[in-house]
Design a protein around this ligand. Sequence first.
Ligand code: ASP
Length: 328
Amino acid sequence: MGAPAAIAIHGGAGTILRSSLTAEQEARYLDELRSVVTAGNEVLAQGGSALDAVSLAVSLLEDCPLFNAGKGAVFTNAGTMEMDASIMDGKTRRAGGVACIQYVRNPVRAARAVMEHSPHVLMVGKGAEEFLRQHGLAFEDSTYFYTEERHAQLLRVQQESGMLLDHDAANLLTMASEQAAEPAPLDPDKKFGTVGAVALDLHGNLAAATSTGGMTNKLPGRVGDTPMLGAGCYADNQTAALSATGTGEAFMRSLALHDIAAQMQYLGLSLEQAASNVVTNKLPLYEGQGGIIGIDASGNIVLPFNTEGMYRAYQRVGEAAFAAIYAS
Ligand code: ASP
């Protein structure tokens, strides 16, 4: 006992400008972020594991339609929802993930079931679904996942005929509803949405979890970085717990999160130095945009991003929660 326990969460990064959210919307996001980080922090304060804290935080973010994961997941170009998630335990370095799954209420719990009840790391398709049913995971029908906002985003994105990541699509929608003269041109390099959590518990153990609906209008069958260890999610007690959001293909090609851990392990860099190297210097080489959240075994927390905003929050046991959206 005695590690400086803390949790950090994110709800996606992207072109999130002050001008794109009303005061009410901003307050809703901040309230939700604070309430989720507080719930995760409570688990840690009670002596619970980092793994339990990140599972709870991500499942609460999945239950909230404001974020692109679980309820509120974005639509594929076929009008379906296909979700990716993963979880990793820094103590044992065990991990689990699911990709392209449908109708599972909490994909992060599905990822945890793969980690804890199968000999595998990543499961997809019918086999995954059968396995999850056998292990009592909750399933919902498509009406549970459907939200008017996401559907309108899909229609709008399809009109513009581009693939779009989550929060920029929301921008377009806001503009449309405000009767803006012209919707902004789509810029697929700047649109993101995913949820994630990283934690350090009182026992000194780290864990990370990430969950997403991916990108609006993506091709059915597309898998992003979220269920890929070292790309969208990573945890190792020797280095850090990390969760990413952004252009998934760039995080996959650069193995961004493993790169951070490797810089810490082999070069002796701090979490802050390594994370900033990757977000500021490496991701742009892959045209990667987005952000990461991380925590190390000493309780240092980082939340760097190279976009206009990232929904983010953290809380240390015994301290107040911090939540923010914009870069400055
Ligand atoms: N990284 C996610 C994906 O590519 C999207 C995001 O974080 O916005 O599926």
